[in-house]
Design a protein around this ligand. Structure first.
Ligand code: RB5
Length: 144
């Protein structure tokens, strides 16, 4: 498969990040775990920024997780070229890829279980951007 997934979380997403990283490794993805590495309290903007920078550098996908997924997605979306989408179900993940060409998946570690997170992640990683009229809109995002 060969694709690198940059992943990061705060303490609120640490448990889900650990489970998801292991599952993605088993599926053959190379997982670049950017922390945090324990349940000690940390600040989500730092980890959203780490993942955003890695995605911009390598052009791969990222996954960010905090308690709700909100704070860390806001942090990642501060970077031009990042389209982080907070998804609660696989339908959102499909549309985030097809319509928004999302390059970072954001998850709420305190609100979804591992199995749901894995399904969302599978769909996100396997769905292609549709382009066409959606490309024009995505291009506009970088010119705001
Ligand atoms: C941390 O307690 C919590 O605020 C954080 O994980 C996240 O939910 C913020 O959006």
């Amino acid at each position: 498969m060969g694709r690198i997934i940059h992943i990061g979380s705060d303490h609120g997403g640490f448990e889900l990040k650990s489970e998801l990283s292991a599952a993605l490794n088993r599926k053959g993805y190379s997982v670049d775990d950017l922390g945090t590495f324990s349940e000690d309290s940390v600040d989500y903007p730092e980890y959203g920024a780490k993942v955003a920078r890695a995605v911009l550098k390598d052009g791969d996908f990222g996954i960010v997780i905090c308690g709700t997924g909100i704070g860390i997605s806001i942090a990642a979306n501060r970077f031009k070229g990042i389209r982080a989408a907070l998804c609660h179900c696989s339908e959102y993940a499909k549309l985030a890829r097809e319509h928004n060409d999302a390059n970072i998946l954001a998850l709420g570690g305190r609100f979804i279980d591992f199995q749901t997170a894995l399904e969302i992640t599978d769909v996100f990683l396997k769905t292609d951007f549709l382009g066409g009229r959606h490309k024009r809109r995505v291009d506009l995002l970088d010119n705001i």
